[in-house]
Each structure stands twice: as C-alpha cells, then as structure tokens.
Design a protein around this ligand. Structure first.
Ligand code: SF4
Length: 463
C-alpha cells in the first residue's frame, strides 16, 4: 500500500488562529461532548484556543464527567522494561541519542530480561511495556525472543506477565507480523512532533528517524502486519502543543478511515531532563507546556476521543498524576526504571529522570485513598476483544459489566499476593464497598463469587 502524508500542516496551524469560541459555542461543544460520541477537528481547535480560567474549568468539568461515565474509578497500571539503551538515532532531547558519550550502553541478554521481569512480577505487576532505542542489536528477531522470555518468566507465586505492549522503532510489515505472532498487545510509537518542518531540527538527517514520512506512516504498516491495537504519542515541549493535539486527531481519523479502527491509546510525555542532554534542560525546551496547559490538553483529548486510553508515565510528579487521573488519564506506569537492568539496580544510563519514585504499593495505597480501583486487567485482550471489537465494547454500560469486575478481580489478586498489610486491609474494605455498587443482582453475585474464589487461592479469573 502506498503511504502518504495525512497531516496538512498549514491547515492545522490555520485552525488555531483567532478561533476562540463564544460562550454559547463553547457550551454547545461541551454539551455535545457529554453525549460521549467524541468531537470533530473544528470543535477541538476551538477548545484549544480557550485561555480564560472559567472556560477552562468548564472543559475540565466535562472531561471529569466523561472519564467517570466511561472508565468509572478504574486505573490501569503497568511498568516498562528497558531492554536496551543503544541507539543509532540522534534525537536532540533524548538521553539515549548516539552522540551522548556520558551514557553507559547496554543491551540486555535474555537472562537479564527474565530477571527484570521477575522484579516486576514480585512487585505485583501483570502488564509490561518492552522498550528500547533503535539499534540493529535489538531488531525484530531479538524482540521476538525478548517477548517470549518475558511471557515465560514466573515468580514464586506462579504469577506471569499477562500482557506485553511494545514501544519500538518503526519496522516493516513483515516484522510487525512476527511481533503479532508473539501475542503482543499494543504497538506504541511516538511521532515526537507532527510538525514536519520542526521535526527535521530535532531528528538529524542521515539517521533512520530523520525520515519523517517513514515514522508518520508506521501505524499503517503495523496494521497491514496484523496489529490492530496501536498507541500514538508526541513529546510535548517541541512545538506548540495545540498543533500536536490537532495532529493526533488527524492521525486517529486517518486510521479509522483507512483501517476501520483508531488508536487504542495516546501517551502524554513531557520533555524531562536527561543526563548529558542539554536540550532537555528546562531553560532550553522550545515550547514548554505548563501544568495548567497539560491538564487542559489531557481533558480535551478525553472528551474528543472518549474511548481512547490516555497514558502518563512516572515522568510526572505524584501531585500532577493524581490530578490528571481525574480529568482523563486511564493508564499509568508505576515504580518504573528507565534504564536497562534498572530493576536490578544496574548503573546504566536512563532515558530521562523520573518525577514519581513511589513504590507500587505506595501508588496503590494512594489510589485506594482516592477511591480508585487499581487494575492489572488483561481480560479483553485475552478474550479477543481488541481493535474494532474493543471500540464496539467500549460503551459505558458494557465497560461496567466487563472492565469494572475484571479490574476488581486483579486488584484482589494483588491484595492477596503482594500488598503490604495496611494496603491489604483498606483495599479489601474498598472492594467490599464496590461490590455493593452493581445494580444488577445477578452480576453482583457473580462478582462476589469470583472475589471469594480469589480469596481462596484461585487466580486469573475474568469475564
Ligand atoms: S528518542 Fe528514541 S530514537 Fe531518539 S535517540 Fe532516544 S531512543 Fe533513540
């Protein structure tokens, strides 16, 4: 299939000129958003132009409504495994870039990958994201072995990783088909910036990543290779964040039109300082995104693409993460390390510095205090409810029947197997309260039944 550029740069920047909505127009857009059917490009451009506090508060309020309606109190947890930090590219903002001589390089062996996986399992994780720089040393064949070894690892309690997502450099349709055969979940690849002119400044020519179109069309190749679950993202701070949000909307539209299914997730990283990388220092970031604007854009994506997962990482500080969860974030990484061998406390170079250093138990304890349900659920993926099927399922009522019970089952497993006594005690109390919230008696009984079975030692139950 011929791959073409679907981002009209001039049009998107044009939509951001003098486009602030009148109050009645803003209200119309937000009322439309409350129907949970998403927004179009023009609506989103108008919301992005909103600057005054009162209007922003209305956007946040609408996002909170949509989040609660669709996701309820569930929050999915995962952790990355950095399999290597060698990279042939030279992205100016990244600690892994080729010219960063300050970095100690490492590609994990399969035994080391297994070891990192065991560290995650012993914390209680069930979902891992395999991630690395771009290097011939971690090509698709290496990743196939890495995926196999990660799925095969089993801790003393018999736990295994149940879903592996991968964040890898663009590859060919044939290589995507190889990954698909290994049962990967989501394929993630950030465009970094959709602004082609600026893209060239951050990604030097002569490196694989210097080819804008090759990166822009990577999801097309992933879908042609059979992967129907893809994750988009940009690195906020490179160009005007408003342009990036419109471009993400356009990317989602392109995937829906050509492949019948939009992105499963959108990730929201902001540039963070990285060792030996002056560009990443706060004073050098070309378009820093303030906390206030960051909250606004997460809220806008939540209401514009209500069924798409929104991911933030441990780049963000705990206070910020807790706020963002309220307005749209549905998945967070927890207790992460961003260097290969980091869970084993190897002193290799990291991609960026972390803003959240809490342990998984501490993160979960705080989630319980906020009434959130920590979820390690992988039920949909393992029942084949992915891609377009997932989008059909992702209607509020159905999510409540599947996702909420499944989240509760994985939460109970965590409490039984890995939680500290204090976390376990308050977690069990929360589960008891949650069980009472199912309006249908039959569903309530089935949920109670499974929770008891897990308490009695059964594992991996899901609807
Ligand atoms: S952003 Fe990715 S491709 Fe660029 S230098 Fe870092 S690891 Fe390599």
């Amino acid at each position: 299939m011929k791959h073409t550029n679907f981002i009209d740069r001039e049009k998107l920047y044009g939509l951001l000129e003098n486009n602030t909505p009148a109050e009645s127009e803003l209200n119309d857009i937000l009322n439309k958003a409350r129907k949970l059917k998403g927004l179009n490009l023009d609506d989103v451009a108008k919301l992005l132009c909103v600057e005054d506090e009162t209007s922003i508060a209305k956007i946040l309020d609408t996002a909170h409504y949509c989040k609660e309606e669709i996701y309820g109190k569930r929050l999915v947890l995962f952790a990355p495994i950095y399999t290597g930090n060698a990279c042939v590219n030279n992205c100016v903002y990244c600690g892994f870039r080729r010219d960063n001589k300050a970095l100690k390089r490492k590609i994990l062996t399969l035994d080391e990958i297994e070891n990192e996986t065991l560290h995650l399992l012993r914390m209680g994780h069930k979902r891992a994201l395999l991630i690395c720089g771009e290097s011939p040393r971690n090509d698709a064949d290496y990743m196939v072995e890495a995926i196999r070894r990660t799925y095969a690892a089993k801790d003393e309690k018999g736990s295994t990783i149940r879903r592996i997502n991968v964040e890898l450099a663009p590859m060919s349709v044939g290589d995507f088909a190889k990954l698909k055969a290994e049962r990967i979940g989501t394929y993630v690849c950030f465009q970094e910036t959709y602004d082609e002119v600026e893209y060239r400044k951050f990604h030097p020519a002569g490196t694989p990543k210097g080819d804008y179109l090759n990166r822009l069309t990577v999801m097309d190749r992933a879908m042609e290779g059979g992967i129907d679950d893809v994750g988009l993202g940009v690195l906020f701070g490179l160009v005007d964040y408003r342009f990036e949000i419109l471009a993400i909307m356009e990317h989602a539209r392109h995937l829906e039109e050509d492949f019948g299914c939009g992105p499963h997730t959108v990730s929201f990283p902001r540039i963070e300082p990285a060792e030996g990388t002056p560009f990443s220092l706060p004073e050098n970031i070309p378009h820093p995104v303030s906390d206030k604007d960051f909250m606004k854009i997460i809220a806008i994506i939540r209401i514009a693409m209500p069924y798409t997962g929104i991911i933030i990482s441990t780049r963000e500080r705990p206070e910020m993460r807790d706020q963002l969860v309220k307005y749209g974030v549905s998945q967070i990484s927890a207790a992460s390390e961003t260097n290969p061998g980091g869970y084993e406390e190897e002193n290799t170079g990291a991609q960026f510095t972390l803003g959240d250093h809490r342990s998984l138990d501490e993160v979960i304890s705080m989630m319980i205090d906020g009434g959130y349900i920590p979820s390690f659920c992988t039920g949909c993926y393992r029942k084949g409810r992915v891609g377009a099927d997932f989008m059909d399922l992702a209607k509020p009522g159905l999510i409540k029947e599947y996702c909420k019970p499944n989240a509760m089952f994985t939460f109970r497993e965590y409490l039984e197997d890995y939680a500290s006594p204090a976390t376990k005690e308050k977690g069990l109390r929360l589960l008891k309260q949650l069980t009472q919230t199912f309006p249908k008696e039959e569903l309530k009984r089935r949920v109670e039944g499974n929770l008891c079975r897990i308490g009695d030692g059964e594992r991996d139950l899901y609807f």
